[in-house]
Ligand binder design. Structure first.
Ligand code: ACO
Length: 389
């Protein structure tokens, strides 16, 4: 709609956090926050998590349809062929401080791909396909490489005989995972792959709308995901459960937190007013792993916290979100807690790339407005005439 600039501007209504403000149309993902329902391209998350693979779901999200077996085989093969990192990226990563957060390492490494593949042909389907393949293939290798580098080791090369998730766990832990571990991990990636216009996806779309390269799009989304109010919460959940120490302390912890207006990490969601369906599915994954490899006492603390929180926070529509149980699954897979958010990024890159393509298909640069509340016109004073205050 064209705005008639000759007329007085309409009174602007401030919507902090853009809550409830539609800024795009999308056909990628649908959330029913009241029923607790999530669908990717019309397919229910529960069905995908049970029957699909992460790469099939990635194909679905990005190209809008389930692949044929030939398309899937080709996509998997392409990804497998592009998993390696250039020695120059590995050498660059070796210069990162080992005490740095892996999300910062990932953001920098993802952005560096723009230096190697700098052509910006965002209207060329082959360029788009190649960028998708490269990012889906290389992001896990970057996460695993930084983990070994910060331990003083050389990164290990991907193994061509291992599928996507098994290969990532192998590169990270240096041992071939049990098939159950690889399957549970792959299903976790499916659950985290897309979630409509959350902060990092919005960030990706804003960056995409300038027609910059896809590596900058993904790097900006990774930076946004890192914050504790977004993807960074999964790491903080485990720290919180460690602080609570035992299930019988959950009630006291909760009361004190609510009294001090402190947020319970892994609880609450802008879209869901019921328990996040992904949290429920993640619980079943955690239980599958515990049944096979032994229980994690922290799961009892988490369940006690959820039970105590239900009467206190439930009436406000605050329930466990996806980050509440994911860390418990990753812990059981032997993954250090500061890698939980980078793993979220490995998965969400699928959703970000789907939104990148969608943004390009009907692009208009994002440029919202503001309500200015600063000073009126002021006269500049020379330095010597300014008072201390
Ligand atoms: N614990 C306690 N109270 C909460 C929580 C929580 N986790 N979340 C929201 N509330 C309360 C707020 O204190 C506020 O109460 P008030 O109205 O009495 O002041 C009310 O619920 C609304 O909270 P907002 O922060 O305004 O809700 P918003 O929709 O902006 O925030 C968010 C959603 C950021 C996810 C919030 O629930 C939160 O900070 N949760 C903890 C962090 C977290 O788990 N983030 C991961 C989200 S999922 C994801 O990004 C992958």
């Amino acid at each position: 709609m064209k705005i008639d600039k000759s007329k007085e501007p309409a009174k602007l209504e401030l919507r902090p956090g853009l809550e409830g403000v539609p800024v795009t149309q999308s056909s990628i993902c649908d959330i029913d926050g009241i029923k607790g329902d999530l669908k990717y391209r019309g397919y229910s998350i529960a069905e995908l998590a049970q029957k699909s693979s992460f790469l099939e779901t990635t194909f679905l999200l990005i190209w809008g349809k389930l692949p044929t077996s030939k398309e899937l085989r080709e996509f998997e093969k392409e990804i497998q062929m592009h998993r390696r990192l250039s020695f120059r990226v590995r050498d660059m990563m070796k210069c990162f401080p080992e005490s740095g957060h892996p999300m910062d390492a990932l953001q920098s490494s993802a952005a560096s791909l723009g230096l190697f593949y700098s052509r910006r042909a965002t209207d060329n389907p082959k360029y788009i396909y190649d960028a998708v393949v490269r990012l889906i293939a290389k992001i896990p290798t970057m996460v695993a490489a930084f983990q070994l580098i910060r331990k003083g080791q050389d990164p290990i090369q991907p193994r061509d005989d291992l599928p996507y998730s098994a290969n990532f766990l192998y590169m990270l832990t240096e041992k071939e995972p049990d098939p159950l571990e690889a399957r549970v991990f792959d299903r976790c990636l499916i659950l985290h792959a897309e979630h409509s216009l959350n902060a990092s996806t919005f960030s990706a779309r804003v960056t995409a709308s300038t027609l910059t390269d896809p590596y900058a799009v993904i790097a900006s989304a990774v930076g946004t995901l890192a914050g504790p109010l977004h993807g960074g919460a999964n790491e903080d959940v485990i720290k919180m459960l460690e602080d609570i120490k035992s299930p019988d302390q959950a009630k006291n912890f909760l009361k004190a937190a609510i009294k001090n207006k402190q947020k319970i990490m892994g609880f609450g969601h802008r879209e869901y007013k019921v328990k996040d369906p992904r949290a429920t599915i993640l619980q079943t994954f955690a239980e599958e792993l515990f049944a096979r490899f032994g229980k994690d006492e922290m799961y009892d603390i988490a369940k006690a916290l959820e039970a105590e929180a239900s009467p206190m926070l439930g009436p406000k529509g605050i329930f466990p979100n996806v980050d509440f149980y994911s860390g418990l699954v990753y812990r059981k897979l032997g993954i250090p807690k500061d890698l939980f958010t980078p793993i979220f990024a490995i998965s969400r890159v699928a959703g970000w790339l789907a939104h990148w393509r969608e943004q390009l298909s009907a692009n208009r640069i994002f440029r919202p407005t503001q309500i200015y509340i600063g000073e009126g016109e002021r006269t500049w004073k020379p330095l010597e005439d300014r008072s201390i205050n």
